[in-house]
Design a protein. Structure first.
Length: 80
Protein backbone atom coordinates (compact mmCIF):
# COMPACT_ATOMS: atom_id res chain seq x y z
CA UNK A 1 0.00 0.00 0.00
CA UNK A 2 1.30 3.41 -1.00
CA UNK A 3 -0.25 6.70 0.03
CA UNK A 4 0.91 9.75 -1.90
CA UNK A 5 -0.17 13.21 -2.97
CA UNK A 6 -1.39 12.94 -6.53
CA UNK A 7 -0.62 13.31 -9.33
CA UNK A 8 2.99 14.20 -8.40
CA UNK A 9 3.27 11.22 -6.03
CA UNK A 10 3.26 8.85 -9.00
CA UNK A 11 6.92 9.73 -9.57
CA UNK A 12 7.71 7.96 -6.28
CA UNK A 13 6.45 4.74 -7.81
CA UNK A 14 8.74 4.77 -10.86
CA UNK A 15 10.32 1.35 -11.15
CA UNK A 16 7.93 -0.17 -8.57
CA UNK A 17 5.21 -1.48 -10.89
CA UNK A 18 3.44 -2.56 -12.79
CA UNK A 19 0.52 -2.98 -10.41
CA UNK A 20 -2.50 -5.20 -10.97
CA UNK A 21 -4.85 -2.77 -9.25
CA UNK A 22 -4.97 0.88 -8.24
CA UNK A 23 -7.48 2.69 -6.03
CA UNK A 24 -7.77 6.49 -6.36
CA UNK A 25 -9.73 8.82 -4.11
CA UNK A 26 -8.45 12.35 -4.79
CA UNK A 27 -10.18 15.40 -3.28
CA UNK A 28 -13.31 16.14 -5.29
CA UNK A 29 -13.56 18.90 -7.89
CA UNK A 30 -9.96 20.09 -7.70
CA UNK A 31 -8.88 18.82 -11.14
CA UNK A 32 -6.72 16.12 -9.55
CA UNK A 33 -8.59 13.11 -10.91
CA UNK A 34 -8.13 13.98 -14.59
CA UNK A 35 -4.48 14.95 -14.06
CA UNK A 36 -3.81 11.76 -12.10
CA UNK A 37 -5.47 9.49 -14.67
CA UNK A 38 -3.51 11.15 -17.48
CA UNK A 39 -0.22 10.65 -15.65
CA UNK A 40 -1.15 7.12 -14.54
CA UNK A 41 -2.12 6.15 -18.09
CA UNK A 42 1.21 7.40 -19.44
CA UNK A 43 3.30 5.88 -16.64
CA UNK A 44 3.10 2.15 -17.35
CA UNK A 45 2.33 1.59 -13.65
CA UNK A 46 -0.84 -0.40 -14.39
CA UNK A 47 -0.16 -3.91 -15.65
CA UNK A 48 -1.85 -5.11 -18.85
CA UNK A 49 -5.22 -6.46 -17.73
CA UNK A 50 -4.95 -4.44 -14.50
CA UNK A 51 -7.65 -2.14 -13.17
CA UNK A 52 -8.12 1.31 -11.69
CA UNK A 53 -10.97 2.27 -9.37
CA UNK A 54 -11.43 6.02 -8.96
CA UNK A 55 -13.96 7.62 -6.65
CA UNK A 56 -15.14 11.01 -7.90
CA UNK A 57 -17.91 13.56 -7.76
CA UNK A 58 -20.54 13.26 -10.48
CA UNK A 59 -19.64 16.88 -11.32
CA UNK A 60 -16.22 15.71 -12.54
CA UNK A 61 -16.15 14.37 -16.09
CA UNK A 62 -13.78 11.58 -17.07
CA UNK A 63 -12.59 10.64 -20.53
CA UNK A 64 -13.22 7.26 -22.11
CA UNK A 65 -9.49 6.57 -22.25
CA UNK A 66 -6.21 7.70 -20.69
CA UNK A 67 -3.44 6.13 -22.75
CA UNK A 68 -3.95 2.36 -22.43
CA UNK A 69 -6.50 2.80 -19.62
CA UNK A 70 -10.11 2.41 -20.80
CA UNK A 71 -13.34 3.26 -19.00
CA UNK A 72 -15.23 -0.01 -18.70
CA UNK A 73 -17.70 0.69 -15.90
CA UNK A 74 -19.15 3.87 -14.40
CA UNK A 75 -21.46 3.66 -11.39
CA UNK A 76 -23.25 6.48 -9.58
CA UNK A 77 -24.15 6.54 -5.92
CA UNK A 78 -25.79 9.87 -5.11
CA UNK A 79 -23.24 12.61 -5.79
CA UNK A 80 -20.33 10.16 -6.20
Amino acid sequence: QVQAELPAGLRRLAGEGPFGGVFLDPPYEKGLLDATLKRLGASGLVAPGGWVVAERSTAEAVEDAYGPLRLTLDRRYGKT
